[in-house]
Structures are given as structure tokens and as C-alpha cells.
Design a binder for this molecule. Sequence first.
Ligand SMILES: Cc1cc2nc3c(=O)[nH]c(=O)nc-3n(C[C@H](O)[C@H](O)[C@H](O)COP(=O)(O)OP(=O)(O)OC[C@H]3O[C@@H](n4cnc5c(N)ncnc54)[C@H](O)[C@@H]3O)c2cc1C
Length: 386
Amino acid sequence: MDFELSDELKLLQDTARRFTNEELIPHELEVDEHSRISEAARTTIRERACRDGLWPMNVPQEFGGLGSSVLAQVIVQEQAGRATNHLWGYVGGPYNALQRCNEAQRKKYLEPALTGEWTASYAVTEPGAGSDTSNLTTSAVKRGDHYVINGEKWFVSGGEKGLAVIVHTLTAPGEETLFLVDHGTPGMRIKRLPRFMNRSEDEHAEIVFEDCAVPEGQMLGERGEADAISKAWFREERLHIAARSLGAAQRLMEEMKAWCAERETFGKKLYEHQGIGWLLADSATELYAARLVTYKTAWEEDAGVCDVKELHTKASIAKLYASEMAHRVADRAVQAFGGRGYCCDYAVERLFRDTRVDRIWEGTSEMMRSIILNGVMKRDLDELLS
Ligand SMILES: Cc1cc2nc3c(=O)[nH]c(=O)nc-3n(C[C@H](O)[C@H](O)[C@H](O)COP(=O)(O)OP(=O)(O)OC[C@H]3O[C@@H](n4cnc5c(N)ncnc54)[C@H](O)[C@@H]3O)c2cc1C
């Protein structure tokens, strides 16, 4: 067993840490207040991410990406996750579904996504179908050389902007198919931009499709391939969420440690009061365990030592444990900071809000438990858990 990161990965980790400290963290309060930063700042961040080799890591070189290992992606996501207000979005994605673009679609959608000119949004969830995707009703019916889409999608992150939305539809009962629907297509409209707990640069749009006709050429992948493509995306993103949770917990611990060493009450440092000191001890224990689970899962994917279903289970274990761990650490940090912990000026307050959604999106903690249980019942435990 060798748990040491290679020199190359250590360098990447250091590069990603500096990028996060110098380019993302300085914009946190601006995003928290205004939900946006200037176009010039966006360009600077994007350009540096590309220059530093931090974007686009999850796209194979044959498609114009960096084709980085999964462990390298995890290491970068972890560092970016130290920034609040979901500023990690600058090195998140782009959606691996875009690799399914055909020759004609590549120029319009994939190439500008690789330079960060636009970020695709992915619309699966509906008012009546979140965890239970068997309830999806958005239909795409073939009429001549077009498909006519009807339905409503909810919580579509970034769905209000960019070139297009990747829409998960039913082309026949039980047959799920993706379409790239350009903004401005007649019949597609943003119904509402609800407000959410944290502030980021993304809205999470409700989008309605009413007799929205898209040419057949807008199909992403093959007919009936949506489930497989979406699952591949979920697997990747769940591991990235786990990695960002590690970064969030690391930052929370750094903030908590510094504060507990500085602040005195009743003639003692805060950490010398056992009730507060143990918040740090418990957080360190859980962060260490979550990091091992996440790194090992990434390593296993790179090494090709487990099949795709086992990876699905393990990505769920990593997401469940790391996201719940990060929110527990955030809760402890808010407590250790006292009144300051409830004030938006402090990173611990912002991370408390930010980390909450990681237990919900890309599959809730309960859905992660269902997937893990399925793996437990179907597989040999020695094999699965060693
Ligand atoms: C900020 C934000 C951004 C999002 N971005 C996107 C996006 O870009 N694209 C997209 O498609 N979706 C997006 N989502 C949607 C997200 O993936 C769903 O909210 C999530 O999958 C849960 O679905 P739901 O909200 O319908 O809850 P429900 O499925 O109604 O579940 C409600 C609660 O019941 C629990 N539950 C449900 N069934 C079971 C069961 N069988 N056993 C035990 N517990 C159960 C759930 O875990 C949850 O706690 C986003 C959500 C948020 C909050």
C-alpha cells in the first residue's frame, strides 16, 4: 500500500490551493452580496484555470480536454471546495454528457464549453419527480424531422443562461432521451427563478416547455441513452461533491482552530474548554476518514479495479459520508464562533449554508443510502468494503 501522492499530484494540489486562495476566495463576499462578479474577473479566473491546468480536467484529450486522472480531479475539486458561495464552479465540469456530442454538435456546444465560454445546465428534476425519476413526464414526441417537447423542469442550475439546456425527456414509455435545447427556442420559457439558501452566481431555474419543437439533430447521444449518460454524470459529480466537501471541512477546521486558539473565555483559550476542543477532535477524525474514502474511490476508478456498479456504490458512499461530515463540521464551527458564527462576514456561516445542499442535490443522502444498501445486498462484503 502506498498512500503518498506522487510529486506531480502534490504540485497540482499546490497549484489548485494557490488558485483558490488568489482567484476564488477574494470574490466570496462579492458573490454573497450580489450573486455575481464582473465579466472581467470571470475572464481572469477562467484564463488562469486553463493556464494552471485546472480546467477542463474531466474531458478526454481526444475531445480537447486535459484527460486528467480521477484522483487528479478529486485533488483539484477538494482545493476549490475551500471557497464559499460555490465559486468552485470555475473548475467544475463541464458536463461529461457533452462528450456525447456528434460531429456537428461539437463545434457549437462542446468546444466553447471547453474554453469556459458557456457552462451547460442539465435538467432532469420535475415538480413531480426528483428522487423518483420513474415519475418523469416531460415528453419528446417525434413529428417529421423534429421532436416536440412538453413538460416542466425544476431547479435547473444555470438554466437561465448560456447557450442551451440539456433536457432529459421520455421519447416513449420507459425510453429516456436527452436533447440540447437552445435558449430562445419557441415554446421554451423560464417560468421562475426561486430564491435559495445560499448565494452563488447560478440561479436554479424552473423551465417550461410547451410544444417546443427541436430538430432531430439536437438529440444528445442516442435515443434511449439518457439514463446511462445521466448515471455517468451522477457518478462523476458525486465524487466531485465528496471532494469539495473535504475542502469545505478543511477550511472550516482551519478557521475553527485559529479562532479557538485566539479567543479566551473564563481565563482559558476556547479549545481548552473540553466541550469546544472536542468539536475540533471529532471534526479532524471525520475529515481524515472521509478523505481516505474519497481518495481511495478515485484511485480505484483510475486503477480499473472495480466494475461500474461497484463504482456507483462507492461514489455514493463517498458523497454520503463526506457531505454529511462537512455539514457536521460546519455546524460545529458555527457553534465555536458563537455570535460571529451566525454572521455572514465569516466563512463558517457561509459554508454552513453552502454545504447543506450537498446532502440534497445529485441524489439526496437517503438515495445514496438506497444505492449503498443495494450494493451491500448484491455483493460480497469483503470485496466491496476492502
Ligand atoms: C440548489 C439546487 C440545485 C439543483 N440543481 C439541479 C439541476 O441542475 N438539475 C436537476 O435536474 N436537478 C437539480 N436539483 C434537484 C435535486 O437533484 C433534487 O432536489 C433532489 O434530487 C431531490 O428531489 P426532490 O427535491 O424532488 O425531493 P423528493 O424526491 O420529493 O424527496 C423529498 C425527501 O424525501 C426523501 N425521500 C424520497 N424518497 C425516499 C425513499 N424512497 N426513501 C427515503 N427517503 C426518501 C428524499 O431523500 C428527501 O429527503 C437541484 C436542487 C437544488 C436544491
